[in-house]
Each structure stands twice: as C-alpha cells, then as structure tokens.
Design a protein around this ligand. Structure first.
Ligand SMILES: Nc1ncnc2c1ncn2[C@@H]1O[C@H](COP(=O)(O)OP(=O)(O)OP(=O)(O)O)[C@@H](O)[C@H]1O
Ligand SMILES: [Mg+2]
Length: 312
C-alpha cells in the first residue's frame, strides 16, 4: 500500500527526512515513532501529496507521488488526520463532514450513511448540529478523524491522533483504530506514545531524520535483549536464599546476582530453564513469591536507538 525508497525532504539547508525506505502492506497498522522534529509529520505530508519530496520516491497504492497527475487518485485513496485538526469552526459537525464528503465526490446517500456511522462510533452523533468551534479539543480531534474517513479511504494517515486527549478519549480513539483495523484499513500512525504503538501497531518504524529501525514490537525488543544472547529471570523469594539454595542452581549459579531475597539469573532460554530454577530452589527449601522474565521494553529500545541513531 505504501512503498518508500530513499525518500528525502530538505528545507533549504536542513534535511528533515533523510533517505527513508520502508513499505506498509494493505491492512497493516504501521506506527512511526520518533522525537520532536524527527520528520514524522514531514513524511506524512509528502506521502499525502501536500508537499513535494526533494529526492527518492514513494508509491501509494501503486501511484508514484512524484507524478502530479497521480495526486487526485492518491487523495481519493487516502484519508488524513493532520496534526492540527483544521475544521471550519462556524460549520456544524455534520456540515464539516458533508463538506469534505462532497469535496471527495462521495455520493449523497453514501455520505449520509458514513457521516452517521462515524459520528456514532466516535460518540458525536448527538452533537452533530453544534458548531465545530464550540467543540472541546478531544471532540475536535474525533471530528477530524471522522472527516478523514467520510470518503471511505483505504489508507488512513493519522498524525498523533491521541495527543492532547484525556485518557478516556484517547482510549475511544485507540479502540476506534482497532475497529478500523478489523475492517482491513491500512493505517499509518505517527505517535509519541510507546504504549499505544505497542498495543495497536503490527509494525513500528523508529525515525530520527533517518529511519533507525523497523520491525514488530517484539522484534525490536528482542533485538535489544541481546539478539539470542542471555536474558534475565528475576526470582523473588520469601526469605534471602541459603547457601544450599544457591548451590542447588548448579552451573547457573555462576550468573546469579543476589540482593536480599531477590535473585537475578542470566538464562539463554528462560521459557524452558525457569522451571529448572524453580524446582531446584523449592527442593532446597525455598519459598517463591514470583518469577518474571526481564526483557527490554519498547521504551528501552526507543531510547537506545534514538540516542545513538544518527540524527540531523
Ligand atoms: N515548512 C517547513 N519549513 C522549514 N522547516 C520545516 C518545515 N516543516 C518542518 N520543518 C523542519 O523539519 C524538521 C522535521 O519536522 P517535522 O514536523 O516533520 O517533525 P515531527 O517528527 O513531526 O516532530 P513532532 O514530533 O514535534 O511533531 C524540523 O526540524 C522542522 O523544523
Ligand atoms: Mg509532527
């Protein structure tokens, strides 16, 4: 659905997006993470044909963004929830959506149906006749999402759709994205929220002017947890371990770190070896409170890559 090759944008002397290559398949939810100024919005604006690229190329649904004669076709394929919502304040919620639907040649009956469907899904149907200017930030954000969908695009670009939303509204929007995912829409999501990216994205790209990593959330975490190297298991005992308990761990005991009643053990394959550890400790008289596998979180991966990944 999206195919980018060495896509680059320079503003005068500043390179905002540097030679970025990635692809997003139909029906995939792709998350774009990166610090402020990383080039996320710039990438989305190039892909939505709002600004021109400097070099490289990209295709949306097979159409080259560099060819202006494709822009209308691309615009019909995509919906954009921009980082600034940009609604017509004096028009009602319904009128805002109707206006966009018309702009995209969505037939009247279909328009009516879609407006009702999306306003209902986002909890705004009751407010359809109120002027958008009277809406709260969260309501405006939801209206902007509905607007991006009226013409039934296959691909939805969302630029930080949950920024500035209260936890409950953010959840409504996240659940809504998952609903769209079930309907097999392709979604490109810019976000700063690592937890959100982890929960809803199939794959994630980490951008810092250059694309520093892509993969599923699990792949990214595993890459940092040592790529096949040791992982750590943390065992909490009710009492600090006795020498007999430590001895019972046999060859594993060389990697054990002990702090009070807490043992941290390096294991190659914790899913298999944890039960050996537990058996050994219990047989030696240990009482176990909990056993957890410590692995790098997406946050650890993100911070590491963004700190060492070559920016600007
Ligand atoms: N129209 C413009 N003219 C000049 N520089 C620009 C323009 N738009 C963006 N930039 C610069 O390009 C870089 C990338 O900006 P961009 O808005 O794409 O970042 P972002 O990843 O979306 O950041 P944020 O997380 O803050 O939204 C920044 O250094 C910004 O100042
Ligand atoms: Mg941005």
């Amino acid at each position: 659905m999206i195919e980018a090759n060495d896509l680059t944008k320079r503003f005068g002397g500043l390179t905002a997006v540097d030679s970025v290559s990635f692809s997003v398949g139909a029906g995939e939810v792709f998350g774009f993470l990166g610090p402020n100024g990383a080039g996320k919005t710039t990438t989305v604006r190039m892909l939505s044909c709002l600004i021109s690229k400097t070099s490289g190329d990209a295709k949306i649904g097979g159409y080259d963004i560099g060819d202006e004669s494709n822009h209308l076709k691309i615009r019909k394929l995509i919906g954009l929830v921009p980082d600034n919502v940009g609604l017509y304040d004096e028009l009602s919620a319904y009128e805002n959506l109707d206006f966009y639907g018309k702009l995209y040649d969505c037939a009247p009956a279909k328009r009516k149906e879609n407006i009702e469907r999306f306003l209902t899904m986002l909890g705004l149907w009751e407010k359809r006749d109120a002027a958008a200017g009277t809406f709260s930030k969260g309501m405006k954000q939801k209206l902007a999402i509905a607007r991006a969908l009226v013409h039934e695009p296959e691909l939805l670009f969302m630029d930080e759709p949950t920024a500035n939303l209260d936890p409950e509204s953010a959840k409504t929007v996240r659940d809504f994205i998952l609903e769209l995912k079930k309907e097999k829409k392709t979604i490109f999501l810019n976000t700063h929220n690592l937890d959100e990216a982890q929960r809803i994205c199939d794959r994630i790209g980490i951008l810092n002017t250059k694309l520093v990593a892509t993969g599923t959330p699990q792949e990214l975490e595993r890459a940092l947890s040592g790529g096949g190297g040791a992982r750590q298991t943390v065992v909490l005992l009710q009492e600090p371990p006795t020498d007999a308990m430590l001895a019972a761990l046999g060859p594993l005991s060389s990697s054990v770190k002990q702090e009070g009643n807490r043992l941290t053990i390096d294991l190659k394959d914790p899913e298999r070896e944890n039960s050996l550890v537990v058996d050994a400790l219990v047989k030696a008289g240990g009482h176990i409170q909990s056993v957890t596998i410590a692995s790098a979180s997406l946050e650890d991966v993100y911070l590491k890559l963004v700190r060492e990944g070559g920016g600007g």
